[in-house]
Design a protein around this ligand. Sequence first.
Ligand code: GDP
Length: 532
Amino acid sequence: MADKNIENEIKKRRTFAIISHPDAGKTTLTEKFLLFGGAINTAGSVKGKANSKYAVSDWMDIEKERGISVTSSVLQFNYEGYCINILDTPGHQDFSEDTYRTLMAADSAVMVIDASKGVEAQTIKLFKVCVMRHIPIFTFINKMDRDARDTFELLDEIENVLGIRTCPMNWPIGSGKEFKGVYDRETKMVDTFEAISTGGAKKAAETQYHIEDQELKDLIGPYLYDQFKEEIELVDGATDEVDLEKVQKGELSPVFFGSALNTFGIDMFLNYFLKMTTPPLGRMSDQGVIDPVTEPFSAFVFKIQANMNKAHRDRIAFMRICSGKFEAGMEVYHAASKRKLKLSQPQQLMAQDRKIVEEAYAGDVIGVFDPGLFSIGDTLTFPGKKYQYEGIPTFAPEHFCRVVQMNTMKRKQFVQGVTQIAQEGAIQIFQEFTAGLSEIIVGVVGVLQFDVLKYRLENEYGCEIRLEPIPYNYIRWVKDPSTDLTKLKRVSDVKKVKDMKGNPLLLFANEWVINQVLEHNEGLELLEFRKN
Ligand code: GDP
């Protein structure tokens, strides 16, 4: 029997990530969510590009120099009886493997789309990871206060490009200067929009009217009103019903319209989102599904962050709690090392602050000091329980460099450094298929990781390196590792490599070459993610 208190705590948790292409408004939306939760008083404090508040923490110099964060954190706040965890997915230049991995720790995703741009490249990549996990995906179409693309066209694009059915929960009336508000299809009420000029106000001035209310008709004018009514008739006839089961399996995306900057449409979004998403659900392990409520503490490591404090060579392992309750000082079992250990200095990273946590529950994320014991994907359980969660896949890097070591005398440090940094998951290392360790190729998801690698090898391991870019952007695992790579046809433009476990991979310059190789080699299967 689960403790009632633990059950209540877990039931109120909602843990999600926000995915988007840079500049679609993820940061602004996150800030507005936090405003609703009362977690911050003024907008603008989640991420300032060179925000002085960030300087309080001992980020690596590289982070300070560029005013970005190499790693991500979690934001927790309470709203209407829910305890919400927003997992921060790094974007912009700091887009990296961590962005993907964070999605492995989320129970659902909010996809932010710029109404004037539609579906963009980075959204597609992140979306694919959500689909792989079958988690619910909610869409927020942002910037309706700017000239937007046609609403039907936007929905079509989501359906066609991303391959997910959509179901508009609300509908915009006009856009840009003509943006009059959004219509809630369930309540038949319209929230009208008036842009505000002050940034920090709690929400845009808005009034609610019934769709048939004369005042509404007067307010938006006959032309826009008729157009809006026509659209609503079309939508009611043409779009999918809200099927909660499909939403929860990630097959149907509820769509909302609004403007994060103007805090418009945020409460409507949050209220539906919280009702339509679930608390943490059971997670698959090698011994079947682990129930979050009835099972005692368990967690898995999804991110390892090195060198937060330069005085020590510490790493912090971030883990997502999957079941039960965590209490500071409790003993846990670490399956990979077959050891019982106490998690030291558990902490939560909240916006700019870190705080020591005394307790946390399924759905939450904690960071613990890692003496070099943990790897990405490791499971921690209550002592006596010996199951392991499914591993975290390895995601395809997109940038590749040959690593040239400047001082060959330091071979040992070099190999140790590269291997350790790869173990933390910031980079992936590959070798020429035929050569030994004499040539190392490094692959990264985000180019910033090259700088991090160079910086860390120099500062932590005393090894100077030169990175020579190689002209490949796509990597694919060969599904059947026994495939004879020498027999492949049409591979003159393809580089054959292997990972540290000896698995064969192919590097390509572009997708066209991938298709050529697939076409000319019957039976060859290539994978974009690799399950560990
Ligand atoms: P991110 O890169 O996805 O985190 O995007 P940001 O939240 O940093 O937003 C990018 C830019 O778009 C910023 O200048 C925001 O002020 C602006 N922005 C965000 N939401 C809106 C919106 O609803 N309307 C308008 N006009 N601008 C917005």
